[in-house]
Design a protein around this ligand. Structure first.
Ligand code: BGP
Length: 459
């Protein structure tokens, strides 16, 4: 029997911009996603934009009832900055009321809300000023954080600042999947640096807020990095990838400082961001209480390919390696490697002070999932049950060896809108029918996990 502790947090994860809908309702101002969709709707899968997310703004009571039915005891979502502070300064009373009611509804049903502040949804007014590239964004975020701690700190006892800060850096400044879709390593590093500083400032505001009896952390996507071989060049490629993609964020939020090796690397390539004297102390004094870890698949790398030179940083140090033994999710193309969750858990134990953490996202995206609907309208997602089982076995192994993990949240609860991919890949325990007033219907995995929660494990 694979068992978990009685107080283990079983839940699901989502975010405001991917679920709420009501994109410009009750005073909310546009985010980068609302605006980008308005400017280039053709970039979004099947032309579906952020207005058509899961309608949670109006249907949250129904969703909380379903969470309860599934026996979940926790749920992670985020607050929309542009809803709470439409112009960055004045508090939107209707938004405060909405979130208080929503969070209270969860609490009254025995579901602990874990609330995140930023899930890729930069308010448009701030983007127009340069977004995270500007130093001004740090104080703007700290102010927003302070407002939400004051408004909801009596209800919320587990906070996180950012979801996957690496992603808005990588997709927005080293790729073209997020706005402002530029490819510029110098700007990317400045954005990453300011994000980390904004995170530390928000932690500081929490520690100094009137309801500071809870905990605050951050959600990082920690894909373990595996080299192609034990050859020194492949190992070096993995080491540098880990330094840039993992340790840049992880060391800073847990230890309070950037790895010296990373600073030297950026220095050598004249990529050091602009910093100020006081920053060092801000990082040092504001380390996290816990971590959320998003894990989908590992990164596999090898020494850089010769033909890539002169290459763009960081491909000058590593290139992708297609592991021939990998098991693939045929419906999304991502690798399935449950051992990665164990490796992460053990690393947090051994190298990061055995910090308290939880799996804040893990899951299996499936395109055209309607093909698995049975006659009674239930999605028979046995592939997702297998996925869950395999990952929970590895998680439990890490816990039994001392890793300090307090919960598991699958991405996601009800199929949700996902950025440029819109509804292409479905992840939920519940299916959403967009043609039928956002109707929610069961998938077999929700019944399976309910049983696991009730029994605190599975055979
Ligand atoms: C994570 C994000 C989520 C969600 C998930 C699935 O990186 O935090 O917001 O989008 O990935 O990704 P996708 O829908 O692209 O398959």
């Amino acid at each position: 029997m694979i068992t978990f502790s009685k107080d283990f947090l079983w839940g699901a994860a989502a975010s405001a911009p991917q679920t709420e809908g009501a994109a410009l309702v009750d005073g909310k101002s546009p985010t980068v996603w609302d605006k980008w969709f308005e400017l280039e709707p053709e970039l979004f899968y099947e032309g579906v934009g952020p207005e058509q997310t899961s309608n949670t703004y109006y249907q949250y009571k129904e969703d909380v009832a379903l969470m309860k039915k599934m026996a979940l005891n926790s749920y992670r979502t985020s607050i929309s900055w542009a809803r709470i502070l439409p112009d960055g300064r004045a508090v939107n009373v209707k938004a405060v009321q909405f979130y208080r009611d929503y969070f209270q509804e969860m609490k009254s049903n025995g579901i602990e809300p874990i609330i995140n502040l930023f899930h890729f949804d930069m308010p448009w007014w701030l983007m127009e000023k340069g977004g995270w590239e500007t130093r001004e964004s740090i104080e703007a975020f700290a102010f927003y954080a302070q407002v939400v701690f004051e408004q909801f700190g009596d209800i919320i006892k587990k906070w996180t600042t950012f979801n996957e800060p690496l992603v808005h850096v990588e997709c927005g400044y080293l790729g073209e999947a997020h706005y402002p879709k530029v490819v510029d390593f110098t700007r990317a590093i400045q954005v990453g640096y300011h994000t980390l500083l904004a995170h530390a400032m928000a932690v500081n505001r929490y520690k100094n807020s009137k309801y500071n009896d809870g905990e605050i952390g951050i959600i990082l996507n920690l894909s373990p990095v595996y080299p192609k071989s034990t050859h020194v060049e492949d190992k070096k490629a993995a080491h540098i990838t880990d330094l840039i993609y993992i340790r840049s964020f992880l060391d800073t939020v847990v230890h309070g400082y950037f790895p010296e090796e990373l600073i030297q690397l950026f220095k050598t390539h004249q990529l050091l961001p602009k910093v100020e004297e006081e920053d060092k102390e801000i990082f040092q004094r504001n380390i996290v209480d816990f971590l959320g870890v998003n894990y989908y698949q590992p990164l596999r790398v090898q020494r850089p390919k010769k033909e890539q030179f002169p290459a763009q940083f960081p491909s000058a140090f590593a290139s992708h390696y297609d592991w021939p033994n990998k098991k693939i999710n045929p419906y999304r193309g991502w690798e399935i490697y449950p051992e990665g969750i164990y490796d992460l858990g053990m690393r947090l134990k051994n190298e990061y002070k055995n910090i308290s953490w939880y799996v804040s996202e893990n899951g299996m995206g499936v395109s055209e999932e309607e093909r698995f609907l049975d006659e009674s309208g239930v999605v028979q997602d046995s592939y997702r049950i297998d996925f869950l089982k395999e990952h929970l076995i590895m998680l439990q192994k890490a816990i039994s060896e001392g890793s300090n993990c307090f919960g598991y949240h699958m991405w996601t609860f009800v199929d949700c809108w996902s950025w440029l991919n819109a509804y292409k890949n479905r992840y939920g325990f519940y299916r959403i029918d967009l043609e039928n007033q956002f109707k929610r219907s069961e998938k077999a995995s929700s019944l399976w996990l309910k049983q696991v929660i009730v029994e605190n494990g599975f055979p």
